[in-house]
Design a binder for this molecule. Structure first.
Ligand SMILES: Cc1cc2nc3c(=O)[nH]c(=O)nc-3n(C[C@H](O)[C@H](O)[C@H](O)COP(=O)(O)OP(=O)(O)OC[C@H]3O[C@@H](n4cnc5c(N)ncnc54)[C@H](O)[C@@H]3O)c2cc1C
Length: 415
C-alpha cells in the first residue's frame, strides 16, 4: 500500500466504490481491495443485470460528479405497472381487475420533476465508478482477496490471501454476501434461501416502452420488464433452480419460444441481446452493522430479494450515511473507527435496513405464492391501493428513497 489509509474498503463493487469516491472527495484516504480488477468487472459476461435506482440514490452519483458518464445511459422510469396475472401482456389494456399503476406525474410537486427512478445497466455504472475512482487517484489493490483481519484498540490489520497486510483505523466490509470481514468480526447472519433463481436477459423491443416498468405476478413467480435506453428492456424472472439452469443452457430458439410465451405480444417482437444470466435468490441479514473497527456495507450487511429492486439502493443509502458520519467525525477531530462514531452509522441505518429487508421478505412470500385465496386477497389489496391517491403517492415516495432523515449526498448536496 503506497499511502497511509484512513479506511480499507474490502470489495470494490458498486457500494464499496461509491463509498470510496465519497470519502476521497471529502479529504479522507480510502483504499479499495478486490479480487477482480475493474477492467474484468466491465466485461459483457461479468454482470448482465440492470438496476432500478431510486431518484434519491441517483442524486448521490450526480453529487459525486458521475452525471456526465451516467446520464446518457439512464432510462427514466415514468410509470410502474404491477399486475397480478396469469398472462403477460394483459396489463397493457388494464382490463384485469387486479393491477396497480404508479405515475411519476403524481409526485412531481415533491420530487422536482424526477421520475420514479432510473434504470441503469450495472456495467455502465461500474464503468463510470471505475473511471471516477481512477481519476480521483484512489488506490485499488487488485487483484487481491481479503483473507483475514484482526482488530486492535487503535487499528485493524487486514491480511490478503497473497500474504500482504494492510492497516487502517477502520475497515469496511463491502465484499457482498460472502463477506470475510463480517465473519472475522464475529458478526452472524440470519436468512434463508428462497429456492428460486433470477433469470436475467436483455431484449430489444419492437414497440416503444415509453419508460414503463412492468411487474407481473405469475403463477410461477414474479416477471419484470424493466425499460432501458435505446428501446431495450432488462427482463428478470424467477424460476425454480432446475428450470433456470435449463433456460440458461437452452438453445436460442428454445429460449425465444419460452420468452414469447411469458412476454405476450404487447410490445411487439422481442429479440434477445447478449448472454442469459442466472442468480440464486436468498435473504441474508447481518446481525449487526458494526463491530470494533468494522462497518458493514451493501450486500455484506443485507442481501434481499430483487422483487422490488431495493438491494443496491439500500447499499447506496448506507454508503451516503457512512460517508457523512465518517467525514463529520474527521472534521471534528474524532477517531473515525471508534465505537462512538460507528454507533452513529449503525443507529442511522439499523431501522431502515431491518424494516426494508423484512418488508421485502413478506412481499416475496405474498407475491410468489399461487394459493387461490392469497391471490384474491392480494388482488383486492392492490385494487384498494390503486384507488387511493395518498396510498399510491406514499409507495412512490418510499420507492424514490427520498423519505426520512436523508444524508446530504441523497439530497444531492456535497459532503
Ligand atoms: C437479478 C437481480 C436483480 C437486481 N436488481 C436490482 C435493482 O433493480 N435495484 C437494486 O437496487 N438492486 C438490485 N439487485 C441487488 C444488487 O445487485 C445488489 O444489492 C448489489 O449488486 C450489491 O452490491 P455490493 O457492492 O454491496 O456487493 P457486490 O456487487 O456483491 O460486490 C462485492 C465486491 O466484493 C468483492 N469481493 C468478494 N470477496 C472479496 C474478498 N474476500 N476480498 C475483497 N473483495 C471481495 C467482489 O469481487 C465484488 O467486487 C438485484 C440483484 C439481483 C440478483
Amino acid at each position: 500500500m503506497s499511502a497511509k489509509a484512513d479506511v480499507i474498503i474490502a470489495g470494490a463493487g458498486m457500494a464499496g466504490a461509491t463509498l470510496a469516491l465519497s470519502l476521497s472527495r471529502a479529504g479522507l484516504t480510502p483504499v479499495l481491495v478486490d479480487p477482480v480488477v475493474f477492467d474484468d468487472q466491465l466485461a459483457p459476461t461479468f454482470d448482465g443485470r440492470a438496476s432500478a435506482i431510486a431518484y434519491a440514490a441517483y442524486r448521490q452519483w450526480r453529487a459525486l460528479g458521475l452525471a456526465e458518464a451516467l446520464d446518457p445511459h439512464a432510462q427514466r422510469i415514468e410509470q410502474i405497472l404491477v399486475t397480478d396475472s396469469t398472462a403477460p401482456g394483459a396489463a397493457a389494456g388494464a382490463q384485469l381487475p387486479f393491477f396497480l399503476r404508479f405515475d411519476s406525474a403524481e409526485i412531481a410537486d415533491r420530487s422536482d420533476g424526477e421520475p420514479l427512478g432510473y434504470l441503469l445497466e450495472n456495467r455502465r455504472t461500474r464503468a463510470a465508478l471505475a473511471a471516477a475512482v481512477k481519476a480521483a487517484g484512489i488506490e485499488v489493490v487488485a487483484p487481491a482477496r481479503v483473507a483475514g483481519a484482526v482488530f486492535g484498540p487503535r487499528s485493524a490489520d487486514v491480511s490478503l490471501a497473497d500474504g500482504r497486510v494492510l492497516s487502517a483505523p477502520l475497515v469496511v466490509g463491502a465484499e457482498g454476501r460472502g463477506s470475510v470481514i463480517r465473519s472475522e468480526a464475529g458478526i452472524g447472519v440470519i436468512g434463508w434461501d428462497y429456492r428460486h433463481t433470477g433469470v436475467v436477459a436483455t431484449v430489444r423491443l419492437e414497440r416503444p416502452h415509453e419508460g414503463v416498468a412492468h411487474e407481473y405476478f405469475l403463477p410461477s413467480g414474479p416477471f419484470a420488464i424493466l425499460p432501458l435506453t435505446d428501446n431495450r428492456a432488462s427482463l428478470v424472472w424467477t424460476e425454480s433452480p432446475a428450470r433456470a439452469a435449463a433456460l440458461k443452457t437452452a438453445r436460442p430458439e428454445m429460449f425465444q419460444a419460452h420468452l414469447e410465451r411469458r412476454f405476450g405480444e404487447f410490445l411487439g417482437a422481442v429479440a434477445v441481446e447478449g448472454p442469459i444470466f442466472t442468480y440464486p435468490l436468498s435473504l441474508q441479514l447481518a446481525e449487526r452493522l458494526t463491530a470494533p473497527r468494522v462497518a458493514l456495507l451493501g450486500d455484506a450487511a443485507h442481501g434481499v430479494h430483487p422483487i422490488a429492486g431495493q438491494g443496491l439502493n439500500l447499499g447506496l443509502k448506507g454508503a451516503a450515511a457512512l460517508a457523512q458520519v465518517l467525514v463529520d467525525a474527521m472534521r471534528q477531530g474524532e477517531d473515525i473507527g471508534s465505537a462512538a462514531v460507528l454507533e452513529r452509522y449503525a443507529a442511522w441505518r439499523r431501522f431502515d435496513t431491518v424494516m426494508l429487508s423484512a418488508g421485502m421478505d413478506a412481499f416475496v412470500r405474498l407475491f410468489s405464492n399461487d394459493n387461490p385465496l392469497l391471490r384474491v386477497a392480494r388482488g383486492a389489496g392492490m385494487a384498494v391501493v390503486n384507488r387511493i391517491g395518498p396510498a399510491r403517492r406514499f409507495f412512490m415516495h418510499e420507492a424514490g428513497g427520498a423519505v426520512g432523515d436523508l444524508p446530504r449526498l441523497l439530497r444531492g448536496e456535497a459532503l
